[in-house]
Structure formats: C-alpha cells, structure tokens
Design a protein. Sequence first.
Lengths: 217, 217
Amino acid sequence: MTSSTIDRILDAAEVEFATHGFVETSLRTITTKAKVNLAAVNYHFGSKKGLIQAVTDRFLAPLTQNLQIQLTKYESSRPNGLNDEQELQHLLGLLARSCQQVVQQNQHSLAILARLINTAYSQSQGHLRKHLTQQYGASFMYFMKLLRKHMPAMTNEQFFWRFHYLLGVLVFSISSSDALLAICEREYKSVRNLDQMMADIIPVMASAAQAPTIGEI
Amino acid sequence: MTSSTIDRILDAAEVEFATHGFVETSLRTITTKAKVNLAAVNYHFGSKKGLIQAVTDRFLAPLTQNLQIQLTKYESSRPNGLNDEQELQHLLGLLARSCQQVVQQNQHSLAILARLINTAYSQSQGHLRKHLTQQYGASFMYFMKLLRKHMPAMTNEQFFWRFHYLLGVLVFSISSSDALLAICEREYKSVRNLDQMMADIIPVMASAAQAPTIGEI
DNA sequence: GGTAGTTTTAAACGTATGTTTAAAACACAC
DNA sequence: GTGTGTTTTAAACATACGTTTAAAACTACC
C-alpha cells in the first residue's frame, strides 16, 4: 500500500473544508486529524492551494464525467411528447442523481462544491471561476445547453440570469444543509437527509425556470 | 464634528467586508484605507467582532424598521381580490423596495447582509444565526407570516424548506452580483444594476414559492 | 492657563498561519 | 548488505494577524 498518507490527508481535509471552509481550516488541524506530519501537505501537494485543488478534483472529475454520461444517455433515448416542464424536471433530476452518486462515495463533496462555487462567484475578478470553467466547464456547458432548449421564451441574457438564480437555490441549500436539517429536526421533529432535500428542490427549480420574464429585461 | 474616526472606520470596513468578506479583510487594511491608526478599531469598537456588529447594525436596523413599516402599511390598505400569486409578488416587492431604500444610503449593505446570512447558515451550531434572529428576527418573522398566508397548500415544515430555497435565490444572487453583472456586461454588452436584478428576481421567487410540493415531503 | 478626560499614536506582544530545511527513517533494487 | 531514491520527521522560519500598552496629543472646562 503506497502512501496512505496522501489519502489520509485528502480525507481529513475534505471533512474540515466541508464543515469549516477553506480559509478557516489550517494545515495543522488537517495534518493532526490525519495523523500525519505537518510538512506532508507541502511535500505531497506543494501548497495549501494545491491541496484544495486535489480535494476538489477528486470528486469534480467523477461528477462531471457522470453527468456527461447521464446526459448523453438521456438524449439518445429520450421519451417523446414531453413538455418543457417535464423535460426540465428530467434534466434537473439527472443532475441531482449525478450529485447523489458522487456524494455516495464522498459524503462531503457537495458541501465543498457549494463552498467552491460561492467563493468563485464572490470574487468579481474570478480567477477561481475561470479555472473551474476551464477544467470542468464542458459538462456543465452541455447541461446548460439542454436546459436552454426547454426555456425557449427567453433571450440568451435572460437565460444567463435565470440559470444563476436556479444555481442560487442549489448552492445555498447545500451549503446550509447541515444547519437546515438540524433546525428541521429540532423544530418539526422530522429527520431528513440531503437526498430528500435534493428531490424536494427539483420541482422548485423547474418552476423558477419557467417563471415569466419581465418585459425586455 | 465629533469623531469622524468612527465613521471613517465604518465606511472603510463596509467596503472591504462587502468585497472581500469578514475573515479575509484585516484590521490593518481597514485602518489604512480609513487613514486611521490601527488601534482605533479596538479603542472604539472593542474588537474586530464588535466592528463587524457595528457595521451590520448600521443598515440592519433601518432595513428591518423600513420593512416593518412597509408591511403594516400594506396590510392596512391592502387591495381586495388578489390571488396568492399576486399577493406573493406584492410582498416580495415590498422586501425588494426595502432593500433598495437601504442600499441607496449604503451601497454595500446588501452584499454584507448576504455574506452575513451565508456565514450564519454555514455554521451548523449557529451562534451568529441565533444572534441575528434575536436582534432582528421580529420583522422577518412577520414577513414570513404574511408569506405563509399565501402559500396555504403546505405544511409548516414544507414552508420552512421552501422559504429557505427562496432565500437561496436572493442570497446567492446578491453575493454574486458583482461577478454576474460584470459577466453580463462582458458577454452580452448589457449594462445593468442591482435594482434591475432584484426586480428580475421577484417573479422567479414567486414562481418558486408556488411550485407543487412533493407528496408528504 | 492649567488640568482632567478623551482620543490618537507608535511600538510591541502573543499567537497562528503557510512554508522551508536538513536530518532521520524507510523502501527497495542490485 | 550496501546504496540510492523516496518519504517522514522535528524544528525553525517568515509573515500576518488581533490585541495591548504607555506615552503623546488633543479637547474642553474652570
């Protein structure tokens, strides 16, 4: 077994990044929880930034790949006679299923992804955003293109905005899921999980996607 | 003129907090931009946390107050015969207008508010969330209660989730607005602003609010 | 004009961070 | 078994941060 060190670091970093964010977690807490020497991170990943990238790559690669496969499969054997609403629900459902499959092998991947997107869109110059789209943009572009097909009553600009409003639902829900699930359990005695939440969100996003546009925007 | 120091600190902190976040901005950059001695923050506000609270209080107090007034005014002279969709649009419009009024006097207030909510919901134990609801929860509870009235086909738990999905649209859009507006201008040669974005979002949120619920959730 | 209270200043403090270093430990082919 | 390349280790480094201190500067009142 070669270098369980790397895996132990990745596993520990994943948990910390997901629960406390990138800047808020130090290499020292990561290496301590991983039972690994502090210098190991810089030795194996070069820098903290390198570690963050490795952590995100580990699930972003499978996620985009999975999504790509699901979409092409769906496109090749798509049922006829569906209206836009149903098509949107299907597409969003595929995205949700990809997320679920990835989260099954990596419990914190979505939380990290949400943090990643949040920080990417919080810096207006957006180096991180550029890196993400260059690295993984292809699958998501394809996804957007399919969505676009079933939101025909919009200009490209209107679609751009609408898409990011939908993204907001997803990102906020996921990054707040721990808190929301806890509140839900305390306040309504209802024990739920992320999968149920995702299923809950799909029709909401579909409705939001189909909301009327305001004039010429 | 007594202590322009305090105001200069608040103004500078506001800009930095809005554009770079709370933890990412140091007291040194704030005091430098404010042309004020480093120790001034601790002298006038006690600590960095105190400064953050002062910065947020400066716009949260007017915002909640404004919202409260608008809501009670609306409730007392509400037009009859509106359906739920229209009522929701009205209520969300009032929230948007409150935001606009506050943002008019304080350009970065919404960006900071979005960051505040994001961090509040990102820590599952939620001390900040508790503080916010204790301090300013009244107005927002009232707002939620009015919203609830026009989303009758839901359980309380379903409403809880749906409300936070809507909140996600708002929070993500606002915290990403700088990036989104920049992309929009570059990609579609369309110069827009936050007000237009907010107006754009209202029907989307109203639609999302009325999306069908999944079974017994 | 002197004095008490407030504010500002420069400097230092203590701590935490990411990173580097150089020696030690290890693995494995020859 | 020796030697080479890789990995681990403990220690130190350099920097950045929030905070504190004590003296200086300022303000306002008698």
